[in-house]
Design a protein around this ligand. Structure first.
Ligand code: ADP
Length: 650
């Protein structure tokens, strides 16, 4: 490459002296005219690089980013992104801003856009490669860009309700506060809204007779319910849940019913015991009794779901509503519907406004201070209340290490599914005003791929590198991850067939990619037969086919399996087949700020901190040691709405 550049430099010098145009590397002939008609004099004035279009490639998070750079008068005249596979929404700001900034500054030495670091770096790398290929020197295109001097302004804003964070919890809270007639400001530190929620591939858990009654309940599933009823009630809440389920089941049996039974009480007991009885049962009850209404609210605002009802990864029951990619990503359905209402009702979203401090006056939280992306400071007064909706700290390695007592290691080599925004800022702000924290040591790992096809496990089988199943796929996330970490290579494959990839999810991944476009032979593998799939993942074909045959026999019998799985959908028998390589990733923080059922933040003595509410992953106490897959979305919408409403009606 260096040698090539030297030759090109030489040719350029000759060209400049003689006026002979030089065609280079991946240069395309310039399409139009004006540019090519520039005189050498103009060209020479700038960089000496001949006018034309040049292509370059850079690496994003999910794959290559290809750009075309137009050079005119020896300057960077335009940058166009030709193709990429970055996650929509969260990376949009990088694609909309950087091309113009590069042209404006005639440099690729720019900062990454907050929240879209990989995409930004991929774009900058691609443009740099195109420019180097064109003949620019590194020095010329890497010139330091002068950052606009901050005017050092102090921006002052005011609203009834101020929400910090624009993920699912924040946007639900904001929309709910607006519905109550409050004025609302949302502060978001990143350049795009949506947080971790918009890239989530989760389901929405709630009991739903309409959908669940379409499925037969297996005898193993019935046995699971009975096992909850047989337990000694650990407290009043559990006794109430058990009693409700017993009464329901009497009616169910009297009707001769055989569909998948569910109810808020079953959801609650599973949530509470699924978190080892560590959660606050009152919060669990609030969540599960309101999840159905939250689901209807979100659906009414525009969320769209695939038909039927599935069991999500770690959901423990077939009650996960799986969103479509209507808004680009699966997670779009958990943010965009509220955003639409937010816009309609006049909510104001401030991007690149990083909250740093909650202001207390006379024992009440009255305002938020912070800094903007441009370097100004701000203070936003909240007439009625401030809602913390800043998400978890899965991307903050220091905090992971500080609080983790459960996993052998959550250091920087352990991947996370979360974007870089999940740094636990809200925890620090809440602590500074005396808030209590709860369950901080419970940090969830989830077994998922990158890219991840789907969290649905109803028709999925997990196999290790020997081609064998090693854990019940419908089990708890912590148990699955422990099993993954004890596999020789600490990874495994989700095996899926067309029943899931096409029939259920319509050939798109959780991030909205067309599945067949991103088959890479390593993380996502596709084959017409199981034997061929086995060969591609270096597993003995006979072992894999025997594993799947055995699994199919359990599907047929509907009576559980030796690993203890109770949830079975279709047989795995419809090619093409897919394998999705998956690891244990840091995924979710069960711990956080302590709240009551009204989403008010409590101090270390259990008293309400006036004016302060919290919702979503920044809170603790709702999930105990282990959150059920699909409960997070139900949580952020439910407690987001509670927080928004209560703050607004203060
Ligand atoms: P949840 O699921 O609880 O809604 P998310 O992670 O989806 O959580 O959203 C949290 C949002 O809060 C993210 O968009 C994140 O960038 C934003 N955020 C985090 N810390 C701050 C902060 N200090 N100031 C403003 N926004 C913040």
């Amino acid at each position: 490459m260096r040698a090539l550049r030297k030759i090109m430099a030489l040719l350029l010098a000759v060209a400049l002296l003689t006026g002979i145009p030089v065609m280079q590397g991946c240069q395309k002939p310039a399409e139009t005219e004006d540019i090519t008609k520039k005189t050498e004099q103009e060209t020479a004035v700038e960089s000496g690089v001949p006018d034309g279009s040049y292509e370059g490639v850079g690496q994003g998070l999910n794959g290559e980013i290809k750009v075309s750079v137009t050079v005119g008068s020896g300057r960077i005249a335009a940058v166009e992104v030709l193709s990429h596979s970055e996650t929509q929404g969260i990376t949009d700001a990088a694609f909309s801003r950087l091309p113009d900034q590069i042209v404006e500054n005639q440099s690729v030495a720019l900062d990454a856009v907050a929240g879209a670091t990989y995409a930004s770096n991929g774009i900058l790398e691609a443009v740099k490669n195109a420019l180097l290929e064109a003949g620019f020197t590194e020095e010329a295109i890497m010139q330091a860009v002068e950052k606009p001097e901050s005017a050092g302004k102090n921006i002052e804003l005011k609203a009834d309700v101020v929400v910090i964070g624009s993920g699912g919890a924040g946007m639900s809270a904001a929309a709910a506060a607006l519905e109550e007639g409050a004025s609302v400001i949302v502060l978001e530190k990143m350049a795009t809204y949506g947080g971790n929620t918009i890239v989530a591939g989760s389901g929405f858990n709630c009991a739903d007779y309409e959908r669940q009654s379409q499925y037969e309940m297996t005898t193993a599933q019935r046995a699971v319910i009975e096992s909850y009823l047989e337990r000694e009630p650990a407290n009043e809440w559990m006794a109430v849940w058990q009693e409700e389920i017993r009464e329901d089941l009497e009616e169910y049996d009297a009707e001769g019913a055989s569909y998948v039974y569910d109810s808020p009480a079953l959801h609650a007991i599973m949530t509470w015991i699924g978190g080892d009885c560590e959660a606050d049962p009152e919060l669990v009850d609030m969540l599960c009794r309101n999840a159905g209404d939250s689901y209807l609210w979100l659906t009414g605002l525009g969320a769209e779901w695939i038909d039927g009802i599935e069991a999500g990864n770690g959901a423990l029951w077939q009650r996960s509503h799986t969103s479509t990619t209507k808004y680009g990503t699966s997670g779009g359905c958990f943010v965009e519907p509220q955003r639409t209402l937010f816009d309609q009702l006049g909510g104001q979203l401030y991007l690149e406004y990083r909250a740093q401090e909650l202001v207390m006056e006379n024992g009440r939280v009255t305002a938020v201070r912070g800094v903007t992306g441009a370097g100004d400071t701000f203070i936003v007064e909240a007439e009625k209340g401030v809602i913390l909706a800043t998400g978890g700290f899965a991307a903050n390695v220091e905090m992971r290490q500080q609080y983790n007592t459960i996993w052998p290691d959550l250091g920087e080599n352990v991947p996370t599914t979360n974007p870089s925004s999940s740094t636990g800022d809200g925890i620090a702000m809440a602590l500074a005003v005396g808030a209590d924290l709860v369950d901080m040591e419970y940090i969830q790992m989830v077994a998922s791929g990158n890219p991840f096809i789907t969290p649905i496990i109803t028709n999925a089988v997990f196999i290790n590198t020997e081609g064998e199943r090693f854990v019940k796929e419908d089990g708890r996330r912590d148990e699955i991850c422990s099993a993954v970490l004890s596999q020789p290579n600490q990874y495994f494959y989700y095996i899926l067939d067309t029943h899931t990839t096409v029939d259920l999810i319509g050939g798109k991944t959780i991030h909205g990619f067309v599945l067949d476009d991103i088959i890479d032979g390593e993380n996502i593998i596709k084959a017409d037969t199981l034997e061929e799939l086995a060969r591609q993942i270096n597993v003995d074909p006979e072992t894999l086919t025997a594993t799947i045959e055995e699994y199919n026999s359990y599907v047929d019998a509907g009576d559980g399996d030796p690993l203890g799985r109770a949830t079975f959908g279709s047989r795995i028998d419809a090619g093409p087949y897919y394998a999705n390589k998956a690891y244990a990733n840091v995924h979710y923080c069960m711990g956080g700020v302590r709240i009551n059922t009204q989403a008010q933040v409590l101090d270390v003595d259990g008293n309400v901190i006036p004016g302060l509410y919290a919702a979503g992953e920044v809170t603790g106490g709702i999930h105990g040691t282990n959150r059920l897959g699909g409960n997070s979305i139900a949580d952020i919408v439910t407690f987001g709405r509670i927080a928004g409403k209560n703050a607004a009606i203060q």
